[in-house]
Write a protein that binds this ligand. Structure first.
Ligand code: SAH
Length: 252
């Protein structure tokens, strides 16, 4: 999300007490910054103006949330949103950072990652920059506490199919997968800003949940005890978990 440079946004973000700045200092102990430090931490990467994470924090007071975003002008909007609330959520922290550095300031402490409408980076030569590339999945491995959970939504079919593939190849099991979230409203859903815009335009929304039991999977790979599900079986597997299911192109 790129907004026009907002004058003074940088200073505003720097002085806001919603935003934590000293990232490395908190590595491994982000929970200490929250009132209820035993609660799980859920992280949204690329939160944009923060609608999703703010609503999630309001709805789920038993979870601690961290919203990560790269641009001051966008974080500024999230802060403004928070300042207009009647009650300030005590379970939400915002940080300004580049997701590429995520393993420099988190360590074994995140329980779930949300990726909502991430930049698709359509060119093959930019595949590494996609937030579900192998490179990023390796970084996430270092920041998850004991179990890995990645929840993803996107309008972009290619990014979605790329992600299904990388996640499965990284040992994740996919659940509650849909190619058309809004035909599937039995899934509890908080819409993001991008999502509202796309849905108004009649664009379908892809969604998945990916789970992995820590690093056990890696040990099994090393010992030759893990074989990746065969591609021809993915569709059958996923169909069981997906309503309504629109087939994925790379299976053809
Ligand atoms: N999640 C929001 C915004 C989606 S747009 C929504 O659904 O409405 C993607 C957002 O990710 C943008 O705000 C962009 O600035 C941010 N972003 C992209 N790459 C990033 C990176 N490497 N680190 C942090 N934020 C990033």
């Amino acid at each position: 999300m790129r907004l026009k440079n907002i004058k003074g946004a940088m200073e505003y973000v720097e002085n806001s007490d919603y935003v934590v700045h000293d990232l490395e200092k908190n590595k491994g102990k982000w929970n200490k910054l929250f009132e209820n430090e035993e609660n799980d931490i859920h992280l949204e990467i690329g939160m944009g103006r923060g609608k999703f994470i703010i609503e999630m924090a309001q709805n789920n007071t038993n979870i601690n949330y961290i919203g990560l975003e790269m641009y001051d002008s966008v974080i500024y909007k999230a802060i403004k949103h928070l300042e207009n609330l009647e009650k300030r959520p005590n379970n939400l922290i915002l940080i300004r950072a580049d997701a590429n550095k995520i393993d420099e300031f988190f360590e074994k402490e995140i329980s779930r990652i949300y990726l909502n409408f991430s930049d698709p980076w359509p060119k093959a030569k930019h595949a590494k920059r996609r937030l579900t590339s192998k490179q990023f999945l390796n970084k996430y491995d270092k920041i998850f506490k004991d179990n890995n959970e990645i929840f993803m939504k996107t309008d972009n079919d290619d990014l979605f199919e790329f992600s299904v593939q990388t996640l499965i190849e990284h040992g994740y099991k996919l659940e509650n997968v849909t190619r058309d979230l809004y035909n599937n409203m039995n899934i509890v859903n908080v819409a993001t800003e991008y999502e509202e815009k796309f849905v108004k335009q009649g664009i379908t929304i892809n969604r998945l949940e990916a789970y992995r039991n820590g690093d056990k999977w890696k040990r099994r790979v090393k010992r030759g005890r893990f074989s990746f599900p065969k591609r021809k079986n993915w569709e059958k597997e996923l169909k069981k978990r997906t309503v309504p299911f629109l087939s994925l192109h790379f299976w053809k």
